[in-house]
Each structure stands twice: as structure tokens, then as C-alpha cells.
Design a binder for this molecule. Structure first.
Ligand code: SF4
Length: 189
């Protein structure tokens, strides 16, 4: 219960799916609730933190099937690079993957939130901001609204006097470009 970034496990054996990152970043089609966005950290497709600590999963072995291996370097891709994909690249790079499930618009929505959550004082923080600004004119209002939120959240986070409660996991604590922090995509995507 304690490991869940959004407090979705509200009691033993009870899960509020509306707060679960797997639901919010994959199944949910509209805007992600603003109160939950800072808690998503760099998770752009699912979460599975609870699976990592589930006692039953200690018996799980690594799958031998190549289908379960990370594809096209997506387990170490930077947020900025993923956010720069056009729709054709998204379709090409997610062929045969569950990542297709979220659709291109949802993909950009999720990445905008993750970029907004990247530490503004990181070495490549300026590049994260520029990547967001390049999407301010994107045709989808859903994407534009999340981009605006991300830019505002970065500005608020950069102000020392404004303490924002936020969850950033280890992978996002560094940065959001190549050689820095990475996006978090749930295993099997
Ligand atoms: S997948 Fe993540 S957000 Fe969803 S219940 Fe598990 S720990 Fe919480």
C-alpha cells in the first residue's frame, strides 16, 4: 500500500482504479486529473510498482520468450526523444507492442506530464522545457493543455519558496535527455 505513488491502494484488497497510473496512462482517454499529475513522475505507460513488491512475484522467473524483451531501446529512451516522435515514428516504433494501446495523442499527453515532472534544475532541464514549448501549438487541445500544465509545473517547481509535494522516482531524478534520466515504461509494453 505504501509503495503506490498515487495512493491507489486505499485499503487491504481494495484498489481505487481511478488513481492507478496503469489506468490513467493507458486506459483513460481524457485529461489526467491535475492533482495526480505530479505523482506520476516519469511513468509514461503503466507503473507496476506494486508488482515489484508483491510477495508472490518473488517466485516469478525471467521469461525465456524474446517477446518479453525490451524492444528498440525503449527501456532506456529519453523523454525528449520519445516526445519528438511524429505519429509515423510512433506507429513504426510501437508496432506489435502494447504501447499502441494508448494512441499517439495519449502518448504525447503522458510524455508531457513526465516532462513537466522532470527536475527543472537538472543539467538538461532547459531541453525538457524547449521540447514542451515545441508542442504548444499541437492540434490536439488535450495535448496542448497537458503541455501548458507541464510548463507551469516546471516554473512552480523551480521557485524555491513554493514547496510542491511530488513523487519523482530514481530514474527521473536525473534528467530527461539522452545520457540522463529515462522514461518509465511498465515491463511487457
Ligand atoms: S500499478 Fe502503480 S499506481 Fe497502480 S496500484 Fe500499482 S503501484 Fe499503484
Amino acid at each position: 500500500m505504501k509503495v503506490c505513488p498515487t495512493g491507489a491502494i486505499v485499503a487491504p484488497y481494495r484498489l481505487d482504479a481511478r488513481r492507478c497510473i496503469a489506468y490513467l496512462t493507458i486506459e483513460h482517454k481524457g485529461p489526467i486529473p491535475k492533482a495526480l499529475r505530479p505523482l506520476l513522475g516519469n511513468r509514461v505507460f503503466g507503473c507496476d510498482d506494486c508488482q515489484m513488491v508483491c510477495p508472490w512475484n518473488r517466485y516469478a522467473g525471467r521469461a525465456a520468450l524474446p517477446d518479453f524483451e525490451a524492444r528498440r531501446g525503449l527501456d532506456a529512451a529519453s523523454l525528449v526523444r520519445l516526445f519528438s516522435w511524429d505519429e509515423a515514428q510512433y506507429l513504426r516504433n510501437t508496432e506489435g507492442s502494447a504501447l499502441r494501446r494508448v494512441g499517439y495523442e495519449g502518448w504525447l499527453r503522458n510524455l508531457a506530464v513526465a516532462l513537466g515532472n522532470a527536475p527543472p534544475d537538472a543539467e538538461d532541464g532547459a531541453e525538457c522545457g524547449r521540447a514542451l514549448e515545441r508542442r504548444l501549438g499541437y492540434p490536439s487541445e488535450l495535448v496542448r493543455e497537458h503541455v501548458r500544465w507541464a510548463l507551469a509545473h516546471r516554473r512552480d517547481s523551480a521557485r524555491p519558496a513554493v514547496a510542491q509535494p511530488r513523487h519523482i522516482d530514481a530514474a527521473s531524478a536525473g534528467a530527461c535527455t539522452e545520457g540522463g534520466g529515462e522514461s518509465s515504461v511498465a515491463p511487457g509494453a
